[in-house]
Each structure stands twice: as C-alpha cells, then as structure tokens.
Ligand binder design. Structure first.
Ligand code: 6GU
Length: 239
C-alpha cells in the first residue's frame, strides 16, 4: 500500500512512523508513506496557506489552492489514483469496520487540516471522504491521520509479528477483547484467574468469551446493544 499525507506539519509524523510496527512495515515495503508539506505549494512569497472566512467569524480557513497543488503533485506519482480522505471532526467515525475497508485499498491520500477549518471546495473538488476519529475536537488532523495510518497498516499482510494476530482484536467480532495476564501468578495480592493456569484450552476459550461479553455489557453497552440488534452471521453460532 502507498499512503500519501498532505500536512502543514510533516515533522509531527516522524516519531510515530519511525517506531515499532509502522517502522518495520515501511522497512519491509509493506507500506510506503510519503509526506508532503502543503506550505511548499503556497503561491506567494509569504507562503500563505490560510485566510479569513467569507461571511465572517473567528479563525482562519485553509485555502484551496495549496492543497489542490500538493494533491496534483503526488497523484501521478503512483499508478493507483488512490482514495482521498479528509481528516475533520465533522467526518464519519473511523470504526474498525472502516479501517478494514481502508486496508483493502492500494493507495490512500490523507489530507490533514489545521485552523478553524478548510475551504469546502477541498472536500468537493478532490472528492475527499470526511473522516473523524471521535467526538472531541483536536487542534489539527495530524494526530487523527497518524491514528488512521496505525490502525490500517497493522492489518496489512505481514505487518504484525508472527505471534500476533488481528483476529482477536477488540471490535473485530463486535466485542471488547478479554483480559490478559502474564507472570507472576500473584502480584500485590492479585491472583491470575485459576482457569488460565489449568491448561484446559476449551474452558479457557469459554472463559475468555464470557469475559469479553461481560466487559462489553459493562463498559460499552452501546456496542452490546448493536450486537444484540444485528447479530453477525459469522459469529452468531460461536460458543
Ligand atoms: Cl479528524 N480532526 C480534528 N481536528 N479533530 C478531531 C478529529 C479530526 N477527529 C476527532 N477530533
């Protein structure tokens, strides 16, 4: 997969992209991530990329021209035209379902905005899909773009280590993941549940399933309701 990111702050991406799974996935050519600085496409000598909103109001608005020019510059550098995503708090929620869908693309072009907002013609003219990472406001689209990249890249073939798997992830079956324990068997008076030491894999699987259900009901009643009202045919008949 190729991921282009159009941003005013490419340096913000260096640390997250330079560590752990994202670093390894790039080294192994599972993903190519290309950062473009929107400011380099500013037309004037002040490198201006924002201006006051028509109609008045607070803050500044990202101008269309530098973003369109940055977009045109990267678009032809890869055979696949790509799926354009606009990171904005007004976007559709980034769910695991959406992440799985995005992970099937050959190319994504992410546009991370700043300021009070971006000129609406960016979304319309570039046919960019608005995506949000949750119902709270961040100061720019960079952190959301990094969140999206991490969530997508870990699903690409070969990105996770041999022992790891995305199959048991929280949300992958509409439930939160079960609790984990490692050594020691007792820590500050808290014991590892007996069943996990039993070696009975059937019972352990059953216990984990129950735990997943319990914590989903307790911590994410919204997810539990959704699962009850629309059973997933793939998981319906599981224990
Ligand atoms: Cl994608 N952008 C900003 N600025 N804030 C957000 C967001 C995106 N998603 C949640 N909050």
């Amino acid at each position: 997969m190729r991921i282009d990111v159009l941003t005013l702050f490419p340096e913000m991406f260096h640390s997250p992209l330079g560590h752990s799974i994202l670093r390894r996935a790039q080294q192994q050519d599972i993903v190519e991530i290309v950062l473009s600085n929107i400011r380099e496409f500013a037309a004037d000598s002040y490198r201006k990329v924002d201006d006051k909103p028509y109609g008045g109001g607070p803050g500044m608005v990202l101008m269309p021209q530098p973003v369109f020019d940055a977009f045109d510059n990267v678009r032809t550098r890869h055979p696949d035209p790509g799926r354009a995503i606009l990171l904005t708090p007004q976007g559709q929620p980034l769910t695991q379902e959406k992440v799985i869908d995005l992970s099937r693309e050959k190319r994504l072009i992410l546009i991370a905005g700043r300021y009070e907002g971006f000129d609406e013609r960016i979304r319309i003219g570039l046919d960019a899909e608005p995506v949000s990472i949750g119902d709270y406001v961040l100061s720019g689209g960079e952190l959301p773009a990094m969140v999206l990249i991490d969530a997508v890249v870990r699903l690409l073939d070969g990105a996770l280590g041999d022992g790891d798997s995305a199959a048991d992830d929280s949300f992958s079956k509409g439930l939160l993941e079960y609790p984990h324990y490692t050594r020691p068997e007792e820590f500050r008076g808290m014991k590892v549940p007996e069943i996990l030491l039993s070696g009975d894999h059937g019972k352990i699987a059953q216990w984990r399933k129950e735990q997943s259900i319990e914590r989903t009901k307790k911590w994410r009643p919204d997810l539990w309701q959704k699962r009850q009202s629309q059973p997933d045919p793939k998981t319906e008949n599981e224990p």
